[in-house]
Write a protein that binds this ligand. Structure first.
Ligand code: ATR
Length: 501
């Protein structure tokens, strides 16, 4: 069973102890990063294990190994020595472990550690990706049975994540630590049930200390989102494929909360990926049973599907992939998610006779248009680029316009419901109001599919005019719920909205 270790990167022992106190009960170990301490504090590290009151690791990381120590190897040896017990009369608690790099072999230091019961973690840090000669490095790291071999590599792509999983799979059942760092290592860190790693490292985000390593999860995420301690080797693996932004996705919270509520042995992980082929190879390696798809892969995934739902062809994009005996089945739950959420918002069984304007003609607009046609709405498409508006509208038999006089005329007629699908007003996108030329009367219902921020400028204007207004959280949650049902065959439990998304 892996243990969770809090990395203490504070500049004083007192600051580190405060951080530790905030996490007590959630963690099993703490690593004192002596290289982060102010020089005067280093004199007192010998007292840290006693003050910490839980098993502690001492490490002194050099700059080349991702740390801050640059006073040379002689000075580093002195810091290690300061941390260890120096006589059998020294009755204070010892460091449980000392983390010493592969190339720092000092027999006297090792002997001191052994004499006073401090285990040695023999570590190799690979800041520039996974080395080719992994097996040779590992043989050297594990040559002394008193030492625990540790490899920590910053992974440069999802292909390296796959290689590291393969490597970990081949390791014997002896104590070892393997860590995938950086965004591509996130899933590796969560799945210690597969990698057999003895220790998992977490950042103390609550305490405001700097993250000890790139892409490191926080202790809260391990526990609250992933329920990491419960994950076993036989758990079904699901996840979300996307660019680097999937690490901030709300989907893991939604899906994992659903599994927990239903008591299902499953876990849902973010898979930020730089290569679709390498991700699919990893999905094979891990036996992934299904995955969500987001930018930039919603269209790129299409050639890899062995079967696709009609929505995928109609919308031209796939956001949900499920494993079948013959390969990957792709579908799109954005349309179904919009359908569920809009009916819920308007409290109607369908949209027959509802005159609707779709603002925008991109991927999201295609899903919305598909759902609106299915629900029986009459609609128009208004988009900056006229050709895209025309193309989308004609597919569904809707009217269309660019952002011009004709749009003003169309919105005069199609204004029971307005669905805003452009990226204007989105956090990090183009600021502003894509409908600034339209004056709300107060009788329109407005859905803006943006959920960050919770209220965009156009939503605010509509609300102030007296309109019923909804943001995109309803659609986000509903498309996730439909996905959950496709993945698990079970209905998503009625968890309170605020608890998950
Ligand atoms: P998504 O998949 O989120 O819908 P998309 O396919 O890139 O993203 O579509 C973005 C939509 O936002 C398009 O309708 C785009 O209009 P154009 O087709 O004219 O490019 C719209 N959009 C983006 N920036 C805009 C802006 N500054 N003003 C108006 N519309 C904008």
């Amino acid at each position: 069973m892996a243990q969770l270790c809090l990395c203490l990167t504070g500049s004083t022992l007192a600051e580190n102890l405060r951080a530790l106190d905030m996490y007590r009960g959630r963690i099993d170990l703490a690593e004192l990063r002596a290289d982060c301490l102010d020089p005067n504090e280093v004199f007192h590290i010998r007292s840290f294990p006693e003050l910490a009151g839980i098993p502690t690791i001492l490490s002194v990381r050099r700059r080349a190994d991702g740390g801050y120590f640059d006073d040379g190897e002689g000075a580093r040896l002195v810091v290690f020595a300061k941390g260890l017990a120096f006589a059998s009369r020294d009755r204070r608690l010892n460091f449980a472990y000392v983390d010493i790099e592969q190339d720092f072999r000092i027999p006297a230091l090792e002997e001191a550690a052994r004499t006073f019961g401090t285990r040695i973690i023999r570590s190799r840090y690979c800041p520039a990706g996974l080395p080719e000669d992994l097996d040779e490095i590992w043989t050297d790291l594990s040559r002394d049975p008193y030492e625990i071999p540790k490899l920590a590599a910053v992974l440069r792509g999802i292909g390296e994540t796959r290689r590291l999983f393969e490597f970990a799979d081949r390791l014997p059942d002896t104590e070892h630590i393997v860590s995938g760092m950086g965004e591509y290592g996130f899933c590796f860190r969560i799945l210690t049930s597969r990698t057999g790693s003895l220790i998992n490292y977490a950042s103390p985000s609550l305490a405001g200390l700097p993250s000890a390593a790139p892409g490191q999860a926080t202790a809260e995420e391990y526990e609250n989102v992933y329920r990491w301690r419960k994950i076993r080797k036989d758990y079904s693996v699901f996840g979300i494929l996307g660019g680097p932004s999937v690490l901030g996705s709300l989907s893991p919270s939604l899906h994992n909360a659903g599994y927990a509520e239903l008591g299902m042995p499953a876990v849902y992980l973010p898979f930020p990926s730089d290569s679709l082929e390498q991700f699919l190879a990893l999905a094979e390696e891990l036996g992934v049973r299904g995955f969500s798809v987001t930018v930039p892969f919603k269209e790129k995934i299409l050639p890899y599907l062995t079967e696709r739902a009609p929505e995928v062809s109609a919308i031209g994009a796939c956001n949900t992939v499920v494993r079948t005996p013959s390969g990957w089945y792709g579908t799109n739950t954005d349309a179904a998610g919009f359908e569920r959420s809009v009916l819920d918002f308007l409290k109607r069984p369908d949209l027959k006779g509802v005159r609707t304007a779709i603002i925008g003609a991109g991927g999201s607009a295609r899903a919305v248009a598909y759902a609106l046609q299915k629900l029986g709405a009459s609609a128009c498409v208004v988009n900056r680029g006229m050709n895209k508006a025309k193309q989308l509208a004609e597919r569904h038999g809707f009217e269309w316009a660019g952002m011009n006089e004709r749009a003003v005329e169309l919105l005069g007629r199609y204004n029971d419901l307005i669905v805003q699908t452009t990226s204007v007003g989105m956090e990090g996108g183009v600021p502003g109001d894509p409908l600034e030329w339209y004056e709300f009367t107060g009788s329109e219902a407005l859905v803006d599919i943006i959920y960050n921020p919770k209220e965009t400028p156009v939503m605010r204007r509509a609300r102030e005019a007296g309109c019923a207004v909804a943001n995109g959280l309803g659609m986000l949650r509903a498309q996730g719920e439909v996905q959950f049902e496709l993945f698990t065959g079970k209905k998503y439990p009625g968890l309170p909205f605020g608890d998950v998304v």
